[in-house]
Design a binder for this molecule. Structure first.
Ligand code: FE2
Ligand code: FE2
Length: 305
């Protein structure tokens, strides 16, 4: 686009043809599954485009390193946020806690030139206008639950329905006393940084977990919602001036609109959640410039197949 700007006689439409730069997003690649790893090798190059990786890419630093090699060779820039699977630790891991593992994954990303929630938020300058892309690592605090359920009883309430997220025994929040405390610290840190960078540039907010409770659609296991986000971010799309909010985790690909802001759930998912014959490229969601259709004030879900 930069070179086009110097030639006033070139029509805008031609500029777009010459510079078809796009911002894509995908999450929940779950590369621990061999079928997903193999499919990734068939992904073509999108040389001028950027890619957002929305978490649950894999659970081991080695797989993350390999995945980033693949993505960095195919995209102009990559932005990463962790999912819950990235934070899993067990006795065989060299990490003291999930917090230590997260710090190691940030270093893996930085080594590849990939933007993380700890880095300066990159500026997208392309079709759709200048946007600040904001990777977030916010976790959850069990507040996505009915008001009648006390915070201390949230996990028991979910277990009563036969649901227990593996995070309960594989995410170690130390030195924080609990995952809810780690979440609170992440929310405070991110809110502070968002206020600091607020200059009217529209944002693309990226978080593994949905920012709003009403977008958590866990129909078959409704009480799983407690492991899906925090009510603290319910209004961040308006408070910080987002154009688009990107999340994953639910493995239910869809687009919603709230207050005129587009919310994109961009999961690929386990091998059962997507169709191999379509290739992973079919599941890359275009975030910018985005869909040509009119924006809605409040609508969705528009399921993405
Ligand atoms: Fe996932
Ligand atoms: Fe997840």
């Amino acid at each position: 686009m930069g070179s086009c700007a110097h030639h006033d006689f070139i029509p805008v439409t031609l500029c777009l043809v010459l510079s078809p730069m796009k911002l894509f997003a995908i999450s929940d690649l779950h590369l621990d599954h061999r079928a997903n790893r193999e499919a990734l090798q068939d992904l073509p190059a999108f040389t001028d485009d950027w890619l957002i990786l929305g978490g649950d890419i894999c659970s081991s630093p080695r797989h993350l390193r390999e995945a980033l090699d693949t993505f960095c060779a195919r995209f102009a820039h990559v932005v990463w946020v962790p999912g819950n699977h990235e934070l899993w630790v067990d006795d065989r891991d060299p990490f003291d806690s999930s917090v230590a593992k997260y710090e190691e994954l940030v270093e893996v990303c930085r080594h590849s030139g990939v933007s993380t929630p700890e880095d300066e938020y990159p500026l997208w300058q392309g079709p759709g206008g200048t946007h600040r892309v904001v990777p977030l690592h916010l976790l959850y605090d069990y507040s996505f639950r009915p008001g009648s359920v006390a915070a201390e009883s949230a996990v028991d309430w979910a277990v009563e329905s036969g649901v227990l997220c593996r995070d309960e025994y594989q995410i170690d929040p130390g030195p924080f006393a609990s995952k809810a405390e780690w979440c609170r610290a992440r929310v405070d840190y991110s809110r502070h940084r968002l206020r600091e960078c607020s200059d009217g540039t529209p944002l693309v907010l990226v978080n593994h977990f949905p920012l709003r409770y009403d977008l958590v659609r866990t129909m078959r296991i409704p009480r799983f919602s407690i492991w899906c986000g925090t009510r603290a971010t319910e209004d961040w799309h308006r408070e910080f001036g987002a154009s688009v909010v990107v999340s994953g985790h639910l493995h239910m690909r869809c687009t919603d609109y709230r207050d005129g802001v587009r919310f994109e759930e961009v999961s690929l998912g386990y091998p059962r959640d997507w169709r191999r014959e379509r290739g992973i490229e079919h599941y890359l969601r275009e975030i910018l410039p985005g869909p040509a259709q009119a924006r809605y004030h409040h609508a969705g879900p528009f399921w993405q197949f």
